[in-house]
Write a protein that binds this ligand. Structure first.
Ligand code: ACO
Length: 325
């Protein structure tokens, strides 16, 4: 019996030109390259100047469509995951729909699940493809976190960066086996009792402004290690695989110590865990597709590889996806 799967047939990423180093930051707040490097693994991050989140998303989506050899008219669904949209409403996705030139009627919406946004969006798009509601989708994570960071707060401003990543999904026929190409398993979670632990201190209905990022770093740190590894392990098991079968783990890129701990918990050798936090910082919903696209482009991740995306973010939200490329 045939079985519809969502295959990743294109990938793209985009980073704004301006690079901010740890030394640059040490001229803005009381910090040092030594502190930031050892505590977070971050060396540089990209920061938007004139561009908007939709510009970052557009460039990533264009690249992904080109890698997929697809035109905009073939797109049935656009989902953008972001906490930093151009406008409160309408969505970045509708702006993109117009700019990419997709057909009228193409579904377009944003989702907000913070750093888990991309895996949430990927899961929804996969579900719509498997239900036969759409045949193709462009799923994007795009953020201008520099716009909601308090640049006088050294606890947070050193952690974040801007950028966008995208994938193109296409319905393909599989056999329903775990050797199929495409998304093999997804799992999402949330625990709203942690609402206050990582948030902006403002918003439309509360303060009428976006606010700045605030977090309980230690609580986030602990929770991230547990949730990222648990979600990854769950989708690996759902797919009928063992941790040792995985070719690549792409965890949310927040902090090198979180990433290393997750790799260790899963028993994965260091070489199988993708790291991009050193040159991206934490780009929230963009972090996984950015790291994925960079490593597809470099040829490190290859067609046929078994890959796990695992993310955790504000809410708290978390989740993972298992994919055969
Ligand atoms: N430069 C120098 N000193 C700093 C800086 C800085 N940029 N930031 C904080 N400090 C100081 C603090 O003031 C504090 O000093 P004190 O002890 O005199 O009060 C000390 O350093 C803090 O030390 P710790 O809290 O022990 O630092 P820790 O090792 O916990 O690292 C960090 C802090 C990096 C924020 C860590 O908790 C972390 O990574 N948490 C995860 C947070 C995260 O990544 N959030 C992003 C969103 S969530 C997500 O994406 C999953």
């Amino acid at each position: 019996m045939t079985h519809i799967r969502s295959a990743i047939v294109g990938w793209g990423h985009y980073l704004p030109k301006k690079v901010l180093s740890n030394d640059d930051l040490s001229k803005m707040v009381e910090t040092s390259d030594e502190w930031i490097s050892t505590r977070t693994g971050i060396k540089t991050r990209h920061i938007v100047e004139e561009e908007l989140t939709s510009d970052l998303a557009y460039n990533a989506a264009k690249m992904a469509l080109s890698r997929a050899n697809m035109t905009a008219e073939e797109v049935d669904l656009i989902v953008v995951a972001s906490v930093t949209p151009d406008n409160t409403t309408p969505s970045v996705a509708t702006k993109l729909a117009n700019r990419l030139g997709v057909k009228v009627g193409t579904i377009a919406y944003d989702i907000l699940a913070a750093c888990s946004g991309f895996v949430y969006a990927l899961t929804q798009a996969d579900n719509m493809i498997r239900l036969g509601q759409v045949k193709t989708a462009v799923v994007i994570g795009a953020e201008s976190l520099s716009k909601i960071v308090d640049w006088t707060d050294r606890n947070t401003c050193v952690l974040f960066g801007d950028g966008a990543g995208a994938v193109v999904l296409k319905a393909v026929e599989g056999e329903g086996k775990n050797t199929d190409t495409g998304i093999l398993a997804t799992k999402l979670y949330a625990d709203g009792s942690h609402y206050e632990d990582l948030k902006t201190d403002g918003g439309v209905s509360s303060t009428q402004n976006a606010g700045h990022v605030f977090m309980d770093g230690k609580e986030v740190f602990k929770y991230a290690i547990g949730s990222l590894s648990q979600a990854a392990e769950t989708v690996i098991e759902m797919g009928g695989y063992k941790n040792s079968d995985i070719d690549w783990l792409i965890p949310h890129q927040a902090n090198i110590r979180i990433i290393s701990n997750v790799g260790e918990k899963l028993g994965l050798p260091e070489e199988k865990v993708i790291v991009a936090v050193d040159h991206h910082g934490n780009t929230s919903a963009a972090s996984i597709p950015l790291a994925f696209s960079e490593n597809m482009e470099s040829g490190k991740i290859k067609k046929g590889d078994l890959v796990v995306f695992s993310a955790m973010g504000a809410g708290f939200t978390w989740g993972a996806s298992l994919i055969r490329l």
